[in-house]
Design a protein around this ligand. Structure first.
Ligand code: PLP
Ligand code: ZN
Length: 395
């Protein structure tokens, strides 16, 4: 594992020391990126060590990429190295099944890394505002690390998010509002309570955990880029993390030379601030009023990392698009019935968006694409069951 060379501001490029826990850039409040000296890892000999290491331990998960992660003892529950499923109907469509993670979502990767570093720094109390799944993941990893978790989430989160947080012994506050209101509450109380705030993009390590999705999808496709990556977008940590991974892999010489994938950010038409900013050619998003969608994880009315995401989408030649709750549900049913995969509503935004971009000709069936099912559908039996007209109990 490499030592961190420095933390670097994504906006003004200021260098910040990683010797102590950091949140945002002290000069401009930009998000901080972890930077390493990657030069000793250049070339295929180092890349070969990834599979060798993974074969030498019972379960490496995302820590197979320890070579490019901070030097700290992992707090792990088995996250990462999730299945890359080829669609039964479309030869060039791959579904990255993040429901296979602990707590059934991709949030496990970011929170495993953030809690690993929190333990490394000796932090004792962590707080997070969440649309639901990040809260569950923080609760699990904090429990594994023996650290306090303070969770703020909307009171109408999918029931599983509340149950899991309780099971993992977290301190839960249900808020009559959205993740933005939860964020405000954490910000107001953190100093007095001694909480370290691990909000999306307000500390450097959740991105670092999520970047493993970028390494993983390239490795699983034979160290080649796909043509496009579809990402259900709320706060955008995964999109930003994957892009960071692609840049690092190019610096390392680990990916076959080729065009980086078009990044496709998918949102729900009930909360689509990034799509609106993308379409308007704006550099940042505006707060989305009255955010409401069946895809609870995408209810983020003003993502902190909006400008970074918009830059990536444009640089990649990708697009941001919104799908309606009706399209999301239709795609969820389609993949359940025809592929045997129970998508999360968020994941079903990606599959619905793929259908749309094929229909418009933005992509052709020959394009190799990776669609992220960011969570397992079984976390949503209350909301999906309701959409199927089912009662809360099977009896
Ligand atoms: C299942 C699921 N997918 C996607 C997202 C959006 O992730 P991000 O906020 O990293 O963009 C979330 C966020 O809560 C989620 O729970
Ligand atoms: Zn800065």
């Amino acid at each position: 594992m490499p030592n961190i060379a420095k933390l670097e501001c994504s906006r003004c490029k200021k260098s910040v020391s990683a010797q102590t826990p950091q949140t945002l850039c002290p000069d401009c409040a930009g998000s901080l990126y972890v930077r390493y000296d990657l030069s000793p890892l250049r070339g295929l000999a180092a890349r070969d060590k990834i599979a060798q290491y993974a074969a030498s331990v019972p379960w490496a998960g995302m820590w197979r990429y320890s070579l490019v992660l901070p030097d700290a003892k992992p707090v792990t529950l088995g996250e990462g190295w999730t299945p890359m499923l080829q669609s039964r109907r479309y030869a060039n469509v791959y579904l990255k099944e993040e429901g296979a993670n602990p707590t059934s979502t991709f949030k496990a990767r970011g929170l495993a890394m953030a809690v690993t570093m929190a333990r490394h720094y000796g932090l004792k109390k962590l707080a997070v505002p969440s649309a639901g799944n990040a809260a569950g993941a923080l609760a699990a990893y904090a429990a594994a690390a023996g650290i306090e978790a303070h969770i703020f989430m909307p009171k109408d989160v999918p029931f599983a998010n509340l149950v899991e947080a309780k099971v993992y012994g977290a301190n839960v506050t249900l808020v009559d509002g959205l993740i933005s209101d939860c964020g405000r509450m954490v910000a107001e109380r953190k100093e007095k309570e001694g909480w370290f705030d691990i909000s999306t993009l307000k500390e450097p390590f959740r991105v670092e955990g999520k970047k493993t999705m970028g390494y993983e999808l390239v490795e699983q496709l034979g160290w080649e880029y796909p043509d496009a990556v579809f990402y259900p977008t709320g706060g955008g940590v995964g999109l930003i993390g994957m892009w960071k991974a692609f840049i690092e892999m190019e610096e390392l010489g680990w990916v076959r030379p080729g065009k980086r994938p078009k990044m496709v950010a998918v949102q729900s038409s009930g909360c689509a601030p990034v799509v609106r900013a993308f379409e308007e050619g704006a550099k940042v998003s505006q707060m989305w009023q009255d955010a409401a969608t069946f895809a609870a994880g995408l209810r983020v009315p003003k993502p902190y990392g909006d400008s970074i995401m918009l830059e990536i989408l444009r640089e990649s030649g990708g697009v941001a698009l919104a799908v309606s709750d009706e399209q999301i549900l239709a795609s969820l049913k389609d993949w359940g019935k025809n592929e045997g995969v129970f998508l999360s509503p968020e994941g079903a935004t990606a599959t619905a968006a793929y259908d749309h971009l094929l229909a418009t000709g933005f992509l052709t069936p020959k394009d190799r694409v990776v669609l992220f099912n960011t969570g397992g559908g079984l976390k949503y039996t209350d909301v999906v069951g309701q959409a199927f007209g089912l009662q809360g109990s099977a009896s």
